[in-house]
Design a protein around this ligand. Structure first.
Ligand code: 5AD
Ligand code: SF4
Length: 442
């Protein structure tokens, strides 16, 4: 019988896709997937370290495996992802959890099957983290689990060094994939029937700068959207300082590019933005939205916001509220600042007390929810195009998203997963819509 793997993923889409790559590598090495940790011969943790709670979560779940490992002597536990790339973290993991068999990094993910093999042969735990990013490995075939959506990396790493962020330290400098490799991957996905392609990079707008061959994000997007076939094209994340008119022009030219830009603002206070090293002001940020919406009136923007950044006063926080009210976001992800050791912000003297941050996040979530709810209500009575993703047993309805990422549920007698469905919206709650099918596209 084949050995079975189970992967536990923390963090963002980048990590979800990386887990698809880990699964691809393991399947190529002869493994098959297990339906639970208890039934697995190999458990892989793909960790995240962007915020402390993601780390604590992983620590808790790894610790909980001690018992299973005692019962199943042959069980292999491997830990990878951003956390293991953090300075000193591999050591901490090694000491805290003597039962971990393999520790690997994000920069040498493709070595995992070989490291497991080594552990089996030498019967010693294997730890291998690469400090320095190498050449992009192109031949890892992901085992995709999110049909009809597919993630496609366009660049790895980040050069921005926002002062709160650990990503540049754990994922290295920005490296872009070659345009022809990205386009070939998208073509194949479209041929295979994927209906939504999301281009992934920490800062998609600086795609190609390192290639020095004339590549740019606008050109890549233009070529990707010119690929024949009905599919949606998304991209994330855009850094406001680099989001430009060229990209908006390309969006305008191709209806297949979703009219949605994820443009993390982080704060509405210029002083905090300066301390965050974001390199734009609140006014410049709002102008970028204006530029987008005057070219494409139906366009929407989503964002990320951090509260409680060191030195954030009540006045600074209120400026964030002001910006949220002006920006008319389709939705916003809100975070409490999390101190990441090794970053510039961790050294800043005026860390905000936890109760103050908690109070601010509660007020911000309330504001964001009110605005999102209002936006949802404007959908009632309209017809939206939904890409059906799944069936919800509890709700007895199919579900999917419109081009702006808004979730809709609708009953239907036949399986329509992977198809575009026009839905008449009957009701809306805070984040999702409910409706009936008007038409199913071929
Ligand atoms: N604390 C809180 N939020 C953070 N993010 C990144 N680093 C931190 C941190 N140290 C948030 C930012 C980013 C999103 C992916 O995570 O808002 O856009
Ligand atoms: Fe982190 Fe800033 Fe890079 Fe985004 S752009 S990954 S927030 S350093």
């Amino acid at each position: 019988m084949r050995e079975r793997y189970f992967i536990v993923t923390y963090g963002c889409q980048m990590n979800v896709h990386e887990s698809e790559k880990i699964a691809g590598l393991l399947r190529a090495a002869g493994y098959e997937s297990a339906d639970s940790q208890e039934n697995a011969d190999l458990i892989v943790f793909n960790t995240c370290c962007v915020r402390e709670n993601a780390e604590n979560h992983a620590f808790g779940n790894i610790g909980a495996l001690k018992k299973l490992k005692k019962q199943k002597k042959n069980l292999i536990i491997a830990v990878g992802g951003c956390m293991t790339q953090e300075k000193g973290k591999a050591e901490t993991l090694k000491e805290k959890f003597p039962f971990i068999d393999v520790i690997f990094g994000t920069l040498n993910l493709e070595e995992l099957p070989a490291l497991i093999q080594k552990k089996r042969e030498e019967k010693k735990r294997v730890i291998k983290i690469c400090e320095k990013e190498g050449e992009i490995v192109e031949d890892v075939k992901p085992f995709r689990t999110s049909f009809p959506n597919a993630w496609v990396n366009i660049a790895y790493g980040c050069n921005n060094f926002c002062s709160y962020c650990i990503v540049p330290y754990v994922r290295g400098r920005e490296r872009s994939r070659k345009e022809e490799n990205i386009l070939a991957e998208i073509r194949l996905l479209v041929e295979q029937g994927y209906k939504e392609i999301t281009l992934l990079g920490q800062n998609v707008n600086s795609y190609g700068n390192d290639l020095k061959d004339g590549s740019s994000f606008a050109r890549l997007l233009d070529k990707a959207a010119s690929i024949e076939g009905k599919f949606r094209l998304r991209f994330m994340t855009s850094h406001p300082k680099d989001f430009n008119a060229d990209v908006v022009e390309v969006m305008k030219k191709h209806p297949k590019i979703c009219r949605l830009v994820h443009l993390p603002v982080q704060s509405g206070s210029n002083e905090i933005l300066r301390r965050m090293n974001r390199r734009y002001t609140a006014e410049e940020y709002l102008n970028k939205i204006q530029m987008l919406k005057s070219a494409i009136p139906q366009a929407e923007v989503t964002t990320d916001i951090i509260v409680g950044f060191p030195g954030e006063t009540e006045e600074d926080y209120l400026q964030t509220e002001e910006l949220v009210k002006k920006a008319d976001f389709a939705s916003a992800f809100t975070f409490v600042y999390s101190k990441r050791s090794g970053t510039k912000a961790a050294e800043m003297p005026d860390q905000v007390p936890e109760d103050v941050s908690k109070n601010r996040i509660m007020r911000l979530v309330e504001l964001v929810n009110t605005l999102t709810r209002k936006k949802s209500e404007t959908y009632v009575g309209k017809t939206v195009e939904i890409l059906c993703e799944d069936y919800d047993e509890k709700k007895k309805a199919y579900l999917g998203r419109d081009e702006f990422g808004r979730m809709a549920y609708f009953p239907y007698p036949k399986n329509v997963v992977g198809r575009f469905v026009r839905v008449n919206v009957l009701t809306a709650n805070g984040i999702s819509l409910f409706g009936e099918v008007a038409e199913v596209e071929d």
